[in-house]
Write a protein that binds this ligand. Structure first.
Ligand code: SF4
Length: 607
């Protein structure tokens, strides 16, 4: 095999022992890499019903067949586990040197089971892994911890780590690296903390062999050139994803006051132009020529900003100044907590105060109060900190406040208001990890084409996006932004794949692999929960019940009948039954006969 390393390292942290799993071409062609690998590994190796924060859970890191090779943005890896936040499949991707070095260690994936007896660093190198003591690092924030790790292991090491949120088993904790990158929103950082692994260090140093190295360099050089010629390249380098703040506000999809409204009176102090005025640094993931890591300085530190974090910790809390939102975003990065999830629980608390349910929560726009409460959440301090640290689904259950809890399947909603965006609501409803836009950002298509319709065409567009974003890009594992934001053609990825692996993949093969992995992830949720219903794919109640009161779309809210019809079409198109459970015939067609046998015993299968 070329392109793939053909090996995964399985490390038992309880015994400090590792073994190498060599997989064959059939596995590679069926699951490609990244999320395909993590989903199959979790299905195969995780004991059914495992406690997400117990030693039986698996922490899986997987790169893809393009990772580490030149090309636009293929330096990411997927981190995955059974989620302590949702109880289902959880994953996320994170860009950085770690992805490249993992592959240079000779592996496409690392699986960690068990739990270390004391705080440790897991050091991975060519051929194996070992635990090293980390008592001196436990308790440190992510920036300081990484500084010390680089002193110890060198500037070129690939590093992934957790902050205090992961150590404290906060289900909103992420895996972080390189001063502002993070991944694994469904609490993957807490899973790492439960294994007492403060950091994973990939030393790398080995070689990556492409099927056609010369051809790969040529295609990559052409693709880089193409990226830099795109008309929006200049704006992208200036503002990155922050350009979306103004776009979202103009189109009434900006989350404002816990997703109550889609517009803000004045975004000029918090939009991409505000970023341009304050920006002190631009950097990117390795091998990327469209860098989007824009930083500003707050309180003597650099805060790397993106649309999601700023929208959720700014307008969603009625905080309207970029520096203030950056303070909260920096706190999230230092402590290793999901900035989106944090924005949702803080917004929930502020609305609960307004409704007279939580007198001790901060008021809208109270930055100082939000910072204090965020710290309480990270350290699980006090009744309110402890309550919110468990995520918004848990907190709303305790307060009997489901009508303004913004989540799907227990995962907090990302930064797009859906009162007037039924397609995006369905994207959140059917995302395989809970409410996340990474699998389908249909909102921009919806705004430009058919804003308010509940149509089968929209459902088909959504599935097309899930195949591309949740399939192709999550498998490779490549950054989708050159395609989404700069309009780079998908054909480049087929060319890069061919040069890296020697395999002439067609889009149809990749879409089939995506459908396989979607069905597998759905099966994982059902197996672990022991039941399923279409309510699991239902967006937050607020978008159906409390209309927008401001902007051009005031009065808009979602229609439950329209949404239900779209959900049924979605199931039909995917070959799932009316409950949202994959049909036996669908699983068999995708080569998942073994999965069908297990599911039959859990919920019964439709033919
Ligand atoms: S576009 Fe941004 S997120 Fe994507 S690879 Fe480049 S720097 Fe990383």
């Amino acid at each position: 095999m070329r392109g793939w390393q053909g090996r995964a390292l399985v490390f038992d942290a309880s015994r400090s022992s590792s073994k190498v799993w060599e997989y064959g071409g059939e596995f590679a062609l069926s699951y490609i890499g990244g999320r395909g690998f993590t989903a199959r590994i979790l299905w195969d190796l995780l004991p059914q019903g495992a406690d997400p924060l117990g030693p039986d859970n698996l922490l899986v890191f997987a790169a893809g067949p393009l990772t580490g090779f030149p090309g636009p943005g293929p330096s990411k890896l997927v981190v995955a586990a059974k989620s302590p936040l949702t109880g289902g499949y959880g994953d996320g991707n994170v860009g950085g040197l770690a992805a490249v070095r993992l592959r240079e260690c000779g592996f496409d994936a690392l699986v960690v089971r068990g739990a270390a007896p004391k705080p440790s660093v897991l050091v991975v190198e060519d051929g194996g892994a070992r635990l090293e003591p980390a008592e001196d690092l436990w308790g440190l924030d992510a920036y300081e911890c990484e500084r010390r790790l680089r002193e110890r292991y060198g500037k070129g090491a690939g590093v992934l780590l957790i902050g205090p949120a992961g150590e404290n088993l906060v289900p909103l904790a992420t895996v972080v690296c390189e001063g502002g990158r993070s991944g694994g929103r469904p609490g993957i950082g807490a899973v790492m903390g439960s294994k007492r692994i403060k950091a994973v260090v990939f030393l790398g140093g080995g070689e990556l062999k492409a099927a056609d190295p010369k051809g790969l360099r040529r295609v990559a050089a052409e693709a880089y050139r193409e990226v830099s010629r795109r008309p929006s390249y200049g704006l992208w380098l200036r503002q990155g994803t922050m350009a979306a703040v103004r776009w979202a506000e103009e189109n009434s999809v900006l989350p404002v006051m816990n997703f109550s409204e889609g517009v803000l009176e004045d975004v000029s102090r918090i939009d991409g132009h505000a970023l341009e005025r304050l920006k002190v640094r631009l950097r990117g993931c390795p091998l990327c020529n469209s860098p989007c890591g824009n930083s500003i300085e707050v309180d003597g530190k650099l805060a790397e900003l993106d649309y999601e974090g700023v929208a959720m910790l700014g307008p969603n809390l009625l905080i309207e100044d970029l520096r203030d939102a950056a303070r909260l975003s920096l706190l999230a990065d230092l402590y290793g907590i999901d900035s989106i999830g944090l924005g949702v629980v803080l917004g929930f608390a502020m609305e609960a105060r307004e409704r007279g349910l939580l007198s001790e929560a901060p008021e809208w726009g109270d930055v100082r109060g939000a910072l204090e409460l965020a710290e309480d959440i990270v350290y699980r301090r006090g009744e309110l900190g402890e309550l919110l640290s468990r995520g918004v689904a848990y907190a709303s259950l305790k307060l009997k406040a489901d009508e303004f809890a913004m989540h799907v399947k227990g995962l907090e909603v990302t930064a797009y208001d859906c009162h007037a965006a039924p397609g995006m609501a369905l994207a959140y409803g059917t995302s395989p990890i809970g409410a996340h836009h990474k699998d389908a950002w249909i909102i921009s298509w919806e705004v430009n084409n058919d804003r308010l319709g509940y149509t089968r065409a929209k459902v088909r567009k959504l599935i097309e996006q899930q195949r591309i974003r949740g399939g192709l890009f999550e498998f490779l594992v490549a950054c989708r932004l050159p395609w989404v934001e700069l309009g780079l053609s998908l054909d480049w990825y087929l060319k890069l794949l061919k040069a890296a692996t020697g395999v002439s993949f067609t889009f149809e093969q990749l879409w089939e692999a995506a459908d396989r992995v979607y069905a597998l992830i759905r099966a994982f949720w059902i197996r672990e929960r022991g039941e399923w219903s279409r309510l699991m794919d239902w967006p937050p109640r607020k978008w159906f019940e409390k209309p927008l009161t401001r902007g051009l779309l005031r009065g808009a809210k979602l229609d439950p009948d329209g949404y239900s019809a779209m959900l049924s079409w979605y199931y039909e198109e995917r070959g799932w039954d009316e409950r949202g459970v994959p049909r036996r015939s669908t699983l068999e067609k995708l080569g998942l006969e073994d999965v069908a046998s297990t599911l039959e015993g859990v919920v019964g299968l439709s033919p």
